[in-house]
Design a protein around this ligand. Sequence first.
Ligand SMILES: *Cc1c(COP(=O)(O)O)cnc(C)c1O
Length: 501
Amino acid sequence: MNIIYRSTRNHQHTATASEAVLRGLAPDGGLYVPDRLTAIDTDFTALAEMSYQELAFEVLSKLLTDYTEAELKYCIASAYDEKFDTDEIVPMTKVDGAYHLELFHGPTIAFKDMALSILPYLMTTAAKKQGMDRDIVILTATSGDTGKAAMAGFADVEHTKIIVFYPKDGVSVIQEQQMLTQTGANTYVVGIHGNFDDAQTGVKKLFADQALAGELEAAGLQFSSANSINIGRLAPQIVYYVYGYCRLVKRGVIKAGDRINVCVPTGNFGNILAAWYAKGMGLPIAKCICASNENKVLFDFFTTGVYDRNRDFVLTTSPSMDILISSNLERLIYAAAGQDSTVCAGLMKELQEQGVYSVSEQLKSGLHDFIGGYATEIETINRIREVYEQEGYVMDTHTAVASQVYHKYRTDSGDETVTLLASTASPYKFVKTVVSAIAPEERQKNEFRLLDILEKLSGVPQPAAVRGLETAQILHQRICRADQMKLTVQQILGLDQMGER
Ligand SMILES: *Cc1c(COP(=O)(O)O)cnc(C)c1O
């Protein structure tokens, strides 16, 4: 049975899974959603015997239905291999009563690797299926994590190139070094004089530039996006919730069929939506606890039914969650509106024009699986220290937001349901804040020295992603102004030599 993907803004716009993966966004600006969710096999005792890769096939074959078995298995095998530093791919650790799913054992030590290691294969396979003979050029603006994870995913993947723009003075020392040392003959990194918004706006303009699209076509190329709204990023994230549940069964923490809660540090709403889709596919989940930092738009939304982005943007120590427009929430709105694309499109228009919308009581009742919570900056830092002092376990700042929200929810509600907590980054990635929390006397040191200090304090060896990073060869040196992004892309792709101007 083939699943059809429909736009959240006009259900007449349809696509197969592979078309949706290639396009990213629907032509009307909506997001592709599956017209239904097919149940997975719910013999969790049997599923618990599967490897991560086998389970990934079980789940993805229910969603990406126009890929053949051989195609999906090829994509899965290419993605989840020794790029991950553990055979389990996603280890689970019990920390202060919650079961942390460690989603950061991939090449760039953040959970983005879970989806971005498979997306390039899903995309090139889709291109082949559609008989597309042009090479794919991925354009991405990044505030630090996504760009590196996308490059690591696409590096040396045939028939692709990737160009990443980042704000030259807006990322951490470690993040910049990670990007500038990226290998792969098809990867390009450009620092821009400007902030993340300038980079993002510039990339959107390039996507919309018809003249540029013509030049690309003439050169046998086509733009695509690795953005988190791509269904090819969402679907692979469903897998690890099923995997985590099976590990709980296998360890005897729960019986097959028991309900669990999940708690997810949230920004663009992709990760937690994947958990909810897992529930829709038959995974016994009771509550999805949505954890925000001080940019608590989602907490306010789940509490009041009003989504209001008209507020100050707070720069926090969990930067990957510093977001006021959570794009993937649109998919939940669409579902809660009873798959009514007219209602959804109306609300999204209000958001675009006024920055705010309010949902009906009926729609709000469709959100009952979600509980919002948030953690302040001080609470987050205190949480990292408390858990370290109690258990010797060091969390990253994003995970700490979720840990704090979970702790407070459990205390306030008395809900003792076994909880899977999405642990989204290695503490090494945010070493400065983490060391400041657990050993404040060291915090003035250079970030690379702090890596050694964290290794001593945590007893966890430095991951390959940061080992040798300080002395790794710098392979990228391009810098441009925000208004030179088009010219830079033309130069990188050799379009300027084709006599266009
Ligand atoms: C991207 C990211 C998040 C937020 O995930 P969403 O899917 O955007 O909600 C949380 N933590 C880390 C470390 C991230 O990189």
